[in-house]
Design a protein around this ligand. Structure first.
Ligand SMILES: O=P(O)(O)O[C@H]1O[C@H](CO)[C@@H](O[C@H]2O[C@H](CO)[C@@H](O)[C@H](O)[C@H]2O)[C@H](O)[C@H]1O
Length: 665
């Protein structure tokens, strides 16, 4: 197919006639999904139907033909599909992406002269207006089409023309309006006033980039005693339980050697005792840096065996990629030019205000020595772990590293390994968090952890669904992290943990928890959202069968997620009316409408709450008095709902939420 000029209707007060004549007659604007006019790729996953919409129009009343075209970037041939007229100049089409990697799509439109002719003919005929001249014009259309075509098509069109010429007027009208004529003429490659939109990029990732449940643990804590450093081999004992809870991703904080200089002690103290293991984020010692494995965790072979054993349990290992160094990292001696040294011979320690990281220093990406050797080294480190079977990276503080670096690194890694997924651990401004998505991050941490009230949650869920960033920002709702012991959980008891688990599992296709959450651990450093005796600085064995846990509920929530396509993304969520400020009630509907989940969560972990609420029958095209079937997805109970107005009562002592699947009767 020829690459005609894209539609450009930019305003130019001094445009000469010669230029105006080159402008496309048909306008194609507001194409979606796109980002910054195609500067960045929007995201999709393999198997997804990508729905494309645009406003397409031209002067006059002629009929337009509009199609969406797409191809994988490494293929030459475009495929195309019809876009349908939604009215008011809106058009919609869709196509399915079936492999990972970069795709391109665009929209093409032309004036369909034969369709316009048929439309006018039918109207005039219905109004009993004489149409002899129109019929003559129609025959000319067919004749010209035959002349423009070749082979069998040309012969068939010539035969049609011949047939028309021998018919009475009423018979001609019938034949022109017959689908046979329309189909034949549609095969003619005559596209009057063809306009093409720019080509828009689309990055297709595997489904785990959009739908996954993450479980985080510190391998060194998988031990029976704080005095014994846990190992990769110990982690094998946890795999079955993590699999049974329904997780897909098993994420480890850094597994590299830990520095001794400025090592932190318990509770973030600045002095460590001789047996304190230090923060795993203080990467690098005489043993090695980011490419090395902490010797107390095991050998490289142990790591490989763990990756394989995890895979056998349906789990993928995700590693932390934290670009920072302890003062003992080999790079300080091998590549001093990668760091900013102060006049006194020291390097400033890292910070994420107000947090101070006295045990680490940052590299500088733009020193003359760092370009390009540091960039290449970091890329090689990622690729090295990919070659060990790690295809998922949680990246520490990416917003404090240059965006061009990420744009390059992610594209470079994905060129060889399109299956690699990057999670951005960026708690910063929304624009920066979205930009990380634009430059290639598959998913991101969010503000979910700090959204607690009904108003906060409703507005946050809606924003994630409706902002222009929805095309690049996939939220991963972590309910806690080693850094975040949410205030809401400090005194909420077990119901509070269930509330947050339901909001996360039902709110987004991506959610995560850090171990201890299933045991309802919440002891804070007084007055802070930090865990007391944090595992970041100590070895913390746990009894994973401790009473009062919510393991069974987490397993059921993950089961519900897998079984219901509406829950495989954060998109498609709408908040509905429940008249009680302590109850958040929302629905999620799959794109094809076949799966509709309703979720009611009481945000009060201590008291019974009640509310009148509405079943969103209008979404299903049903009248207010329709009957529908409800199914409680936690216990399998089924019932019939009569009408739109309903009542709920939520007792946190039993279960602070309800998850229902609704179907038409
Ligand atoms: O800065 P964030 O809140 O995004 O947190 C992430 O990065 C921190 C620095 O890597 C990391 O902090 C932990 O490691 C530091 C270096 O060893 C140490 O000084 C901090 O006390 C410790 O919390 C944090 O865990 C990570 O999520």
């Amino acid at each position: 197919m020829t690459a005609e000029k894209p539609t450009e209707l930019s305003y130019n007060p001094h445009m000469p006639l010669s230029q105006a004549l080159l402008l496309p007659r048909i306008v194609i604007e507001n194409a979606m999904p796109t980002l910054e006019g195609g500067q960045f790729a929007v995201k999709a996953v393999v198997g997804q139907d990508v729905v494309v919409t645009a406003k397409v129009f031209a002067d006059g009343h002629d009929k337009l033909a509009v199609r969406v075209r797409w191809r994988a970037e490494d293929e030459d041939v475009w495929q195309s599909a019809v876009m349908n007229d939604l009215g008011n100049n809106g058009w919609q089409g869709q196509f399915r992406v079936d492999s990972q990697g970069r795709y391109l799509f665009c929209i093409e439109a032309w004036i369909d002269q034969f369709a316009s002719f048929r439309y006018e003919l039918e109207k005039k005929h219905m109004a009993a207006v004489p149409v002899s001249l129109e019929l003559q014009e129609g025959r000319i259309h067919v004749q010209q089409a035959a002349e423009r075509s070749e082979g069998q098509l040309s012969e068939q069109l010539a035969a049609l023309h011949h047939e028309l010429s021998g018919l009475l007027e009423t018979e001609q009208i019938a034949l022109f309006l017959h689908q046979r004529s329309a189909d034949l003429m549609a095969r003619v490659n005559h596209r009057a006033y063809l306009s093409l939109s720019p080509e828009y990029p689309l990055d297709v990732e595997r489904e785990l980039a959009q739908f996954a449940s993450w479980y985080e643990l510190f391998p060194r804590s998988i031990t029976d005693s704080p005095a014994r450093h846990g190992t990769f081999n110990d982690v094998h004992s946890r795999l079955a339980m993590i699999q049974d809870m329904g997780f897909d991703v098993l994420y480890f904080p850094p597994i590299h050697p830990i520095g001794l200089s400025y090592r932190k002690g318990p509770n973030n103290s600045l002095t460590a005792g001789p047996d304190d293991p230090g923060s795993p984020y203080a990467i690098g010692s005489e043993e090695g840096g980011h490419e090395a494995i902490h010797s107390q965790l095991g050998t490289r072979e142990d790591f490989r065996q763990l990756v394989a054993a995890a895979a056998a349990h349906g789990l993928e290992i995700a590693l932390d990629f934290a670009i920072q160094c302890s003062q003992d990292h080999p790079w300080l001696k091998q590549h001093p030019g990668w760091f900013n040294w102060r006049p006194d011979g020291t390097i400033k320690y890292a910070e994420n205000p107000p947090k101070k990281y006295q045990d680490i220093v940052n590299v500088d990406f733009y020193t003359p020595e760092a370009i390009p050797s540091l960039w290449l080294e970091l890329r090689d480190i990622v690729v090295g772990w990919v070659e060990e079977g790690v295809k998922i990276f949680r990246v520490d503080n990416p917003h404090t590293k240059p965006l061009p670096f990420w744009q390059w690194l992610i594209a470079d890694v994905r060129a060889l390994y399109p299956e690699v997924i990057f999670l951005a651990e960026a708690f910063t401004t929304p624009a920066m968090m979205a930009r990380l998505g634009k430059v290639g991050y598959s998913q991101s941490y969010t503000y979910f952890t700090w959204r607690n009230t009904k108003a906060e949650l409703a507005s946050y869920f809606t924003e994630l669904n409706e902002s222009p960033w929805r095309e690049c920002y996939r939220p991963n709702f972590f309910v806690n992290t080693p850094d975040i012991n949410p205030a809401f959980l400090h005194d909420s008891g077990r119901p509070g943990f269930l509330i947050r688990a339901v909001l996360a599992t039902m709110g987004s296709g991506l959610w995560g928890m850090y171990s201890g959450f299933e045991l309802c651990e919440s002891a804070p450093v007084p007055g802070k959202e930090e865990y007391l005796d944090s595992e970041k600085y100590e070895i913390r064995p746990r009894d994973f069968n401790a009473p009062g846990n919510i393991i069974a509920e987490i397993a059921q929530l993950n089961r519900i997620r897998r079984q219901n396509p509406a829950l495989h993304t954060h998109l498609g969520l709408k908040v509905y009316n429940a008249w009680n400020d302590n109850i958040l009630y929302f629905g999620k509907r799959s794109f094809d409408g076949s799966n509709f989940i309703l979720v009611a969560v009481s945000l009060d972990p201590h008291n019974v709450q009640e509310a009148n609420f509405e079943l969103p029958l209008w979404e299903m095209g049903l009248p207010d008095n329709a009957s529908t079937q409800g199914e409680d997805l936690m216990n399998g109970h089924r019932w019939t709902w009569h009408g739109k107005q309903q009542f709920m009562r939520i007792d946190p002592a039993y279960q602070p939420f309800g998850i229902w699947r609704i179907t038409a009767s």
